[in-house]
Write a protein that binds this ligand. Structure first.
Ligand code: SF4
Length: 378
């Protein structure tokens, strides 16, 4: 069995380690590239959402590299994710690939029964080995998320390039960590290394929140590396979704996260009072919370044709008006180009800068020079 799975940000690191520890051969999904997007777009329905097309492109590349088993998430509910796996399987079979697809449905609140359904992945390992493999993968996810938060804080406060390189270097070390002790050491070293290159930790930066669909937020190639682009311009970014939080919410049902989820639901209530699929509800609630926390603005990233986020997009201007909180939406697909994206992004930063100047807030300007006649407001 040569296992592959979808590529989404750094998810491949814990999953590769987990399947390796359970004795499977793994073909890690190749990083998302223009080729994967083109392949996926060519073989997917035109109006399928971008993550679907990227999945298809990724799977084709992994199957070309010898994978024979695809592990894919399932789901249910108003958005299309629930039937991704079935449609992707049919497309790949039509293309002549010979493989097996294993769909992991969400636990729906019953973790024990869900773990029982996953016994196939136990690969005849002793339960102690399985627990150790799961624990290591879980801790890798937490370390990656912790380092990522630190990266976003550090990047505008030091040499962005150096900080990004250090982060990438330690991601490789997280991948190579074979046990919890080594992982802990990598975590501590990485934190120290990142903090060491911050030369102005008290710098007052523009603070921008990223909200939107999970795949678009977690996969830098498809969001046109927005976090890096902003960080290099001296902007502190906070991402509203992390993989560890998603696991706590949807798999572990962590009580602390239940409180956090109740907070965003309460914040969203005047604008949207129910689940609409994907992360549409979160996009609304989190935007309100960021406005209340005093962030300078929010960027909403959605895949073109994503129904839940289109609903959210239509509500966000009301939040923007109520809270005097600038929000811009970027709807991205396989045709999105960097040039127009950067221009709109810089115009948005320009708007936030002038708003700060108007209110006389003390802060350090972004490094880029923005022309003040290109204000743009969603
Ligand atoms: S949330 Fe949007 S992009 Fe994600 S699967 Fe659902 S419809 Fe597609």
């Amino acid at each position: 069995m040569k296992i592959t799975f979808p590529h989404m940000g750094s998810l491949w690191i814990p999953l590769k380690g987990l399947f390796n520890d359970l004795g499977f051969e793994v073909v890690p999904p190749p990083p998302v590239t223009k080729r994967a997007i083109t392949l996926g777009a060519r073989h997917s329905p035109e109006f399928a959402c971008l993550p679907f097309k990227i999945n298809v492109g990724n799977f084709i590349e992994s199957l070309e590299q010898g994978a024979d088993t695809i592990v894919m998430g399932g789901g249910c509910g108003p958005c299309r994710f629930g039937y991704y796996a079935q449609v992707e399987k049919e497309i790949l079979l039509d293309l002549g690939y010979n493989f097996e697809m294993i769909v992991i449905e969400p636990p729906q609140g019953n973790l024990i029964e869900w773990l029982g359904r996953l016994r196939l992945f136990g690969n005849n390992c002793h339960w102690r080995e399985i627990t150790a493999a799961l624990l290591l993968a879980w801790h890798k996810i937490k370390v990656i998320d912790r380092l990522h938060r630190l990266l976003l804080w550090a990047r505008p406060r030091g040499s962005a390039e150096k900080i990004t390189n250090i982060y990438n270097e330690y991601l490789t070390k997280v991948d190579q960590a074979q046990n919890l002790k080594l992982l802990k050491k990598v975590d501590q070293d990485a934190q120290q290394a990142l903090k060491k290159v911050v030369y102005n930790k008290h710098k007052q930066c523009l603070r921008i929140a990223l909200v939107g669909e999970i795949f678009m937020l977690l996969e830098p190639f498809v969001n046109l590396n927005i976090e890096q682009v902003l960080g290099e311009r001296g902007v502190e970014v906070e991402r509203s979704i992390y993989l560890s939080d998603w696991i706590r919410d949807h798999i572990l049902s962590d009580p602390r996260r239940i409180r956090a989820r109740n907070r965003f639901k309460k914040a969203a209530r005047p604008f949207l009072n129910h689940f609409i699929g994907g992360h549409g509800w979160e996009s609304i609630g989190e935007s309100v919370l960021y406005a209340e926390r005093g962030f300078d603005g929010a960027i909403h990233i959605l895949p073109f044709t994503c129904t839940p986020e289109i609903v959210a997009q239509s509500i966000l201007p009301r939040i923007s008006k109520c809270y005097d909180f600038p929000i811009v939406s970027f709807s991205l697909d396989e045709h999105s180009g960097l040039g127009g994206f950067i221009t709109r992004l810089e115009a948005f930063l320009d708007l936030l800068s002038s708003k700060k100047i108007k209110h006389g807030t003390r802060w350090d300007k972004p490094c880029a020079v923005f022309s003040l006649d290109t204000l743009w407001y969603n």
